[in-house]
Design a protein around this ligand. Sequence first.
Ligand SMILES: O=C(O)CC[C@@H](O)C(=O)O
Ligand SMILES: [Zn+2]
Length: 557
Amino acid sequence: MVSRARFLRAVRPPGRCGHLHGSGGILRPVVPAAAAISATSATSCSPAPARCIATSAPRMLAPSIPQRTRLTAETYPHLRRDSRFAALTPRHVAHFKELLGSDAAVVEAEADIEPFNEDWMHKYRGQCRLVLRPASTDDVSGILRYCNREMLAVVPQGGNTGLVGGSVPVFDEIVVSMARMNKIHSFDDVSGSLVLDAGCILEVADQYLAERGYIFPLDLGAKGSCQVGGNVATNAGGLRLLRYGSLHGSVLGIEAVLPDGTVMDDLCTLRKNNTGYDVKQLFIGAEGTIGIITKLSIQCPQRSPAVNVAFLGLESYAKAQRAFREAKGQLSEILSAFELMDGRSQQLVRLARPEERRPLEGEHPFYCLIETSGSDGEHDYEKLERFLEHVLGNDVVADGVVAQDATQIKSLWSWREGVPECVGHWGGVYKYDVSIPLADMYSIVDDVKARLEAAGLVGETDEFPVVGVVGYGHMGDANLHLNVAVRRYDREVEAMLEPFVYEWIAKRQGSISAEHGLGLAKKSYIRYSRNETMVGLMKQIKTLYDPNGIMNPYKYI
Ligand SMILES: O=C(O)CC[C@@H](O)C(=O)O
Ligand SMILES: [Zn+2]
C-alpha cells in the first residue's frame, strides 16, 4: 500500500530542534530522533493478541472469534424478495457469457462470489449467485439493457468498502463489479481535470496525480481499496473535505449507464457549464439506484509541497471546539484537516495494535489531529508554531506533538484513520454517521453510552454484547462517527440504538447520514432527515430513471 505521505515533504525549517516551548506546555517531536515509529497503514491493523489485554487498562476487550455473517434476509425478516424480479437461470448466464466474452467477466463459483455478497463489517450477507465484471461502458450497457428486459435485479459494486450495506445484495441480485474498468483516460496538467474509469482505486488515482504535482480532492482511510466510482456514487466526504469541499463541487462530469442500457455521456471537463439542469448531480450520492457510473471527470487541485501534522491531547470537548475556532482563525488558508477522536477510540486502537507506539504518553479525554498544507514551508511552519504556542499557552490544549517527517505524518494519521477498522476487532460495530451543529455534536456519544450502560448491555465479559461506545470524526465538517463496538450483532442492542439515535439527531436538526449514505442500514430512517415532499421527489426521480426498479433494490428508495 502506498504511504499517505509518500509524496509529502515534512516541514521542519533548518536549525529548529523539534521542541516547541509554549508557556503552558511543550510540544515534542513524535519520537526521539533515533527511535522511528513503526508506520502501520490504516488498513493493516492486526487483531490484538490476548496477552496485551491483561496489561491494558480496559480489561474487557478480548477479541471475539469471528462468526459466519448471518444472511441479511434472516437478520431482517421483514425484508421480502420482490416477486417481480426473475430468478437467475442457465439461459441468463449463457447470455452474459456470450455478451462479455471472457471467463474473467462472469463469476459463478460460490467461493468466488462470497466476498461480493458480504460487507467488510460482517453485518450484511446477500445471496447473489452471479457476479459480472464488465470491461467497458458497452459491456455495462449490454448488461443493464438485458437485465431490464428480463427483470433481473442488479447491485453495482465498487471496492465494497461502504458502511451502510449499500453495495452488497440482499437477496439474489446480480452484482456488477466495476473492478476491471480501471483506466485513467486523460489528465490536463494546466486545468487539473482528470478523466478516469469508475473502477480506479482512489489511491492509485492519487498516486498518478502525485507524480504530476496534483492531488485527488478526496481522501479517506479506505483509499487503498475503494473505487472512485463508488466514492462518487456515495458522495464520500473523507478527511479533507474541509479543504477541497464535497464531490458535488469537484466532479466535473459523469458518464453513466441508465437502467435501460442508455449511455448518459455528460463527461464534461469544464468548471463552468450552466446549461440547464445539472443532471450528473443526481448520480452523486444516488448509491447506484438510478444507474451505474462508468467514468468521471474531476477537478484536481495542486498538491501542496509543505505538509505538517500535529496531534493534540485535550481535556474536554469544549476545549476541542476552542482549538478548532483558533485553528480556523490562525491557520486559515493552510488548514487542511481538523479531526477529532475521543480517548476511548484511541484506547481501542491501542488494544488492537499493541505493538505501536502511541503519539502522546498521557491519557486525554479528547485528541485532535490538525493538518496544514501550503506552498511555503517556512511560512506555514511559523504559522503552525504560533498557533500551537497560543493554544498551549492559553490552556486550550494539554499536550501535543508535531510530525518531523513523512513517516511520522503517516503514523500520526494512522491513529485517526485506523479507528474504523480497529473498533471492529471485537466482532462488529454499529455505526452512525452524524452531522450535528458542533455545540451539541459530542453529547450524542455520552447519551448513547449512558443508555446502553443503564440497560446493562456494556461489560467486560462475553455475556455483554457491547464493548464500548466511541466518537470520532471530521470536526471541521461537524461530522461525528458514533461507533458502538460489539462482540456480536444483537437485536436488543440495535433496538436500544434505533430509532433513539435518529430521534436524537432529528431533534437537533442534524443529518442521519453526513457522508456514508443510507444504503440498507438507514432505509427506514430517511424521514428523520428529509421531509415527505423531498422523499416524494426522490421517488419520482427513481421511477423516472428506473421504472422497473432493478437498480440496487431494497435499499433506501
Ligand atoms: O467507520 C466509521 O464510522 C467512519 C469511517 C470514515 O468515514 C472515517 O471517517 O474514518
Ligand atoms: Zn468519515
